[in-house]
Design a protein around this ligand. Structure first.
Ligand SMILES: C[S@@+](CC[C@H](N)C(=O)[O-])C[C@H]1O[C@@H](n2cnc3c(N)ncnc32)[C@H](O)[C@@H]1O
Length: 299
């Protein structure tokens, strides 16, 4: 018998102020703060508008705070310092992929990522953003109100990543024979190990030779969750991270890819931050060994 249940009823749905959707808003707040820092690494002119339009139950900062003895301010400073670093790193990944001739881009769990609008894309670039329906709807409403236009052929794919997202991607025009630049940023810890495995297999199978894949590997997020200041912030915002994050053992993504013939460059996030001139003691203390920025290439 045909299954006529809508996707909305098969998987938990969230909007930008609930569940894992709210984490996308927190990341946008981090990008807004970084944009306004004196030593900013990125310029995301829309990040602040998302926070304002979402009107979250608890206010999120969009400007740098001044950490004194307040561990929550310090934690926000650390988070925005990290968001700026990772955003800049993946911006550079896409610029390099474009220079190497890649014209097909897939941003999985795109959230409030505005690279389609912010970055210079080579002529002919098609960029797919995959996320849940309500997330994309909110994002498009804000971007429309801001008069923001994509600087590439942007196509949104409204599907759950636990569902048959490759079919939805292909229905939107994805070409598995063309080299692709993939991004999974702020995603893997929100997937249980078996879902990570399925996602990685699906990407590998659809990656033509010459494809590249940038991964945020935030392996030990469990340590961060144990930090009292981080827990207080999460509780204040209304995100129960312990309910959203899967801390189960899972394969190391870079090793998994090397086993399948990809080459990998693994950067320690705090070293990347330092290379950008960002010298945050808190960033170094809190994130040491917890975050790796991986760029993989399929020969
Ligand atoms: C922390 S946010 C990161 C967003 C974006 N990649 C960034 O770095 O700004 C997590 C995102 O993952 C998306 N996400 C998590 N699980 C998902 C699923 N099963 N299907 C679709 N999207 C999912 C959420 O909707 C949210 O936008």
């Amino acid at each position: 018998m045909a299954d006529d249940r809508s996707l909305a009823s098969r998987f938990e749905q969230w909007d930008v102020v609930s569940s894992v959707g709210l984490t996308a808003l927190v990341v946008a707040a981090g990008r807004a703060v970084d944009t306004h820092r004196a030593d900013s690494l990125i310029n995301d002119p829309y990040a602040e508008s998302f926070v304002a339009a979402a009107n979250p139950p608890k206010a999120l900062p969009t400007r740098p705070t001044s950490p004194k003895d307040d561990s929550e301010d310090e934690t926000w400073q650390m988070m925005s310092g990290y968001m700026g670093t990772r955003t800049r790193f993946f911006d550079e990944f896409f610029a390099a992929a474009g220079e190497r001739g890649i014209r097909q881009v897939v941003v999985l769990a795109a959230g409030l990522d505005t690279r389609a609008q912010r970055l210079d894309w080579p002529e002919g670039t098609v960029l797919f953003e995959v996320d849940q329906e309500l997330m994309i709807r909110f994002k498009d409403e804000v971007l429309d109100a801001e008069g923001a236009t994509a600087r590439c052929d942007r196509r949104t794919v409204r599907v759950d990543l636990r569902d048959d997202w490759p079919a939805a991607l292909e229905a939107a025009g994805f070409d598995p024979t063309a080299p692709t630049a993939w991004l999974t940023e702020g995603l893997l810890p929100y997937l249980p190990p078996e879902a990570q495995d399925a996602l990685m297999r699906a990407i590998d199978e659809r990656s033509a030779p010459g494809s590249e894949w940038a991964i945020e590997d935030f392996t030990n997020i469990g340590q961060q969750l144990a930090d009292p200041a981080f827990r207080r912030i999460a509780a204040n915002i209304g995100v129960d991270m312990t309910q959203l994050i899967y801390t189960d053992e899972r394969p190391d993504p870079a090793a998994w890819l090397r086993d399948r013939g990809w080459t990998t460059d693994v950067s320690v996030a705090i070293e990347v931050a330092k290379s950008y001139g960002r010298e945050l003691d808190t960033l170094t203390q809190r994130l040491n060994g917890q975050s790796f920025l991986v760029v993989a290439r399929k020969p």
